[in-house]
Design a protein around this ligand. Structure first.
Ligand SMILES: Cc1cc2nc3c(=O)[nH]c(=O)nc-3n(C[C@H](O)[C@H](O)[C@H](O)COP(=O)(O)OP(=O)(O)OC[C@H]3O[C@@H](n4cnc5c(N)ncnc54)[C@H](O)[C@@H]3O)c2cc1C
Length: 384
């Protein structure tokens, strides 16, 4: 993958693209693209609609509930499940009970299920509830990473924008499917900044520009749009960041949105000690997937792939087991969930450890301590 590093100083020429380095590993392919989160979710929703239309009767329909927050998850064992006693008092069964609130907190719904999948991200409420049911089994083992705690937010730039080059040369026309890094003219731990544009498949996509800094950086003190615009214009004199009435490429509305956005912070790498819990009679249970199990800063871009692998293995384990005709080898649901955990937890642990070491300085953290550590890290890799 090639990167064009654009100096903020307009008197310096825009250099030709070079091979991007990620975690000390050269990436030579030029056809890697990022998918914006909203587009990935749209793909999932489209597939759900298609699937519901296909009406696969033995697999049921997927019903989506929006604007609702899961607040409670309980495993109710058959012994306690007084509601499910049939007339002969023999057919008690266990169930997982999920309670959710509509966001205004007015209405509460309760659902009963045989299996609940907690795919609710790194602050997983489902995991917290399992932890309440089973003591320390769902604690999270944390690792240190120099990328943890970095704050980020996104500025939208138009696609196909022209970036002026030195006098007498043609401007650079930005492509949606190329990688760019804009370097500020200001230096110093709290003022130096970079704007990063990742390649997207659609060359006409608006350019989402990632701003990633340490939490004490100057931009986090600016909440007014006009003040933010002026700060960026001073930092990137090459760019047309003047007021929109003077031909600036970014609208006042976008500067205001960007200035007031709280952004997010990279989590520290962490892995849940367990991935599933079932009822004592092993007829129902809860499984965790994705960031609810393993979380790390996006250094290696493995969050979505590893979440999808969890889903794939969980699906295969349950389907394979459910369709098995051989009663002697057929597992209970509880044992199938344990099998899923045995298959996935070692990889989740390894991935989290890997993410605490490989590439945490790619965000060009400012300050003497971090720049020195970043150089030592490169030396360490070279000597290995
Ligand atoms: C800045 C940034 C950049 C990243 N870049 C990459 C990248 O380039 N490549 C990559 O592979 N990964 C990347 N990741 C990581 C990736 O986003 C995650 O690994 C991935 O989204 C995990 O998917 P998930 O479904 O497990 O969790 P999430 O995507 O976090 O989804 C959890 C969902 O659960 C919902 N939810 C939470 N609590 C509740 C509740 N109580 N009730 C109901 N719903 C709830 C949330 O609203 C959310 O929709 C990045 C992450 C960050 C922060």
């Amino acid at each position: 993958m090639l990167i064009t590093r654009i100096p903020g100083d307009p008197s310096k020429p825009i250099p030709t693209p070079v091979i991007a380095m990620a975690g000390g590993v050269e990436k030579r392919d030029s056809d890697s693209y990022w998918i914006p989160r909203n587009e990935l979710i749209a793909i999932f929703l489209e597939e759900i609609e298609e699937r519901n239309k296909r009406n696969v009767t033995d697999q049921g329909r997927i019903h989506i509930v929006m604007g609702s927050d899961v607040t409670q998850v309980r495993i109710i064992d058959s012994q306690q499940n007084a509601n499910n006693i049939d007339v002969n008092n023999e057919n008690r069964h266990s169930l997982v009970e999920v309670t959710s609130n509509v966001f205004d907190g007015e209405k509460e719904n309760t659902y009963e299920a045989k299996i609940v999948i907690g795919a609710d991200g790194f602050n997983s409420n489902v995991r917290s509830r399992l932890s309440q049911i089973d003591g320390g089994k769902f604690g999270v083992k944390r690792y240190k990473s120099p990328a943890a705690g970095l704050r980020y937010k996104v500025l939208q730039m138009p696609y196909g924008m022209n970036v002026p080059n030195i006098t007498g040369t043609v401007p650079l026309t930005m492509r949606g499917d190329s990688l760019y890094s804009f370097l500020s003219v200001n230096k110093g731990a709290k003022n130096e900044i970079r704007m990063g544009c990742l390649p997207l498949k659609d060359p006409k996509s608006p350019r989402s520009t990632n701003i990633i800094t340490k939490p004490n950086h100057a931009i986090w003190d600016i909440t007014d749009g006009e003040e933010m615009r002026k700060w960026f214009q001073k930092s990137f004199p090459r760019m047309s960041f003047q007021h929109e009435s003077e031909g600036g490429i970014i609208s006042s509305a976008e500067w205001s949105r960007f200035a007031s956005a709280k952004g997010g912070a990279f989590p520290s790498p962490g892995v849940s000690l367990n991935m599933q819990l079932s009822s004592n009679d092993e007829t129902c249970g809860v499984a965790l997937v994705g960031d609810a199990v393993h979380v790390f800063p996006p250094d290696l871009g493995q969050g979505v792939n590893s979440a999808l692998q969890d889903v794939l293995v969980l699906n295969q384990t349950i389907i394979r087991n459910g369709s098995s005709q051989d009663k002697s080898t057929k597992l209970t649901l509880g044992l199938a969930l344990k099998q899923y955990e045995r298959d996935r937890l070692p990889e989740a642990k390894a991935l989290v450890k890997l993410n605490s070491h490989v590439g945490p300085y790619q965000y060009k953290q400012t300050g003497l301590v971090d720049t020195t550590k970043a150089k030592l890290k490169v030396l360490n890799i070279l000597f290995k």
